[in-house]
Design a protein around this ligand. Sequence first.
Ligand code: IMP
Length: 437
Amino acid sequence: MLCDDFKLRRMPAYTVVGTQWGDEGKGKVIDVLAPQADYIVRFQGGNNAGHTVVAKGEKFVLHLLPSGILHPNAQCIIGPGVVLDPKVLIEELEALTAKGICGKNLWISDRAHLIMPYHIKLDEAKEKKRQKKIGTTRRGIGPCYEDKVSRCGIRVADWIDEARFSKLLRENLGEKNSLLERVYAESPLDFDEIHAEYRVYAAELKHRVIDSVKVLNGAIRSGKTVLFEGAQALMLDIDYGTYPYVTASSPSTGGVSVGTGVPPGLLDRQVGVMKAYCTRVGEGPFVTELMNSTAEVIRKRGGEFGATTGRPRRCGWLDLIAAKYACAINGITDIALTKLDVLSGFDTLKVCVGYQIHGTPCDTVPANIEDLYRAVPIYEELPGWSQDIATITRYEALPESCKAYLQFIETFTETPIAMVSVGVDRSQNIIRTKDLK
Ligand code: IMP
């Protein structure tokens, strides 16, 4: 049975995370929930994310801004766990202004870390040098988190303090330039140039800097509704993803407390966004990947090209072993299943219900990456449906085999599906709750 009480108002804090390899359509789910939220908060990642939202026929691609920025009634926060490229932020805000969205509701945590030009340069240099490429987005994400953990990062609070910023930049640049020159044979970066550029950015964004920890904890305790917006997804999680082919942060629900300073006890509803099939960009194992014409059909119908880098996404059948693993680690209470319409027209649909590794059945995602590369999917074949479902707005109106597909996912993952997306537009959803319609 589909969940029938997908209600934002009842809970103080909602979390929306990806359960696969990113690009599940989290932006759209956030967009559906956002009108009822007082605060929308990003807690990890940076502008490696690419959230596409189509509203009234207009397409918005957001990388760093929370998708909720399209809703002026919600206060949007870039949380402490995010790595922030101020240049990108200013560009995104300007692009929104050009489309008539003012972005006055955006706030930046004083604890977020800054992405610096040397992070971007190092991301590129490291990727170039790697024998086995990760396929990073080359936005400086990994090197910025490296500095955070090495305790030499520059935080927003340091950036807006001119003397501190100069000191930290000088210290960091000395070290990074020798790395760039000696290890990666790259040209060094200039202190004065970076300093001047980042002073301009600070002047432009300073008025948005807040103590988000205080603001958010206060908001939740006073009964406001907060929506935590994940980027990337569980299978790209630094601890639980397909390491080392992962991003550098914790996109799981566990990352919310770490990345915002809101305690776990206040986070009670966890929405897991899951595409009706699987895609992956970048390198790394992908057990259900298809290398045939079916992949082409899915890629074309689903528009599976990266919103951040434009790369064609690798496509495959739904991997329920990975999905169940993601639901368990995230404590998913509601699945939002996206892009179901893309699967219309196939005679049958395969779903992966087990892995065979060295001839032995396996029912979870192994830690050893070589095992995962060797895993052979065990499929269950389910009947497809021929109807176009893009205009259906009620669960009952879906074709029977489509309902059976949804029920199979719910039973296997032991998690209810609360929302089904059947098209790119804001309105193309099947939501089983009156107050969200
Ligand atoms: P990074 O996050 O740029 O360091 O890239 C590490 C890996 O995560 C690469 O395989 C990227 O393609 C992948 N990745 C990062 N962000 C996203 C995303 O938003 N969607 C899908 N894949 C992502």
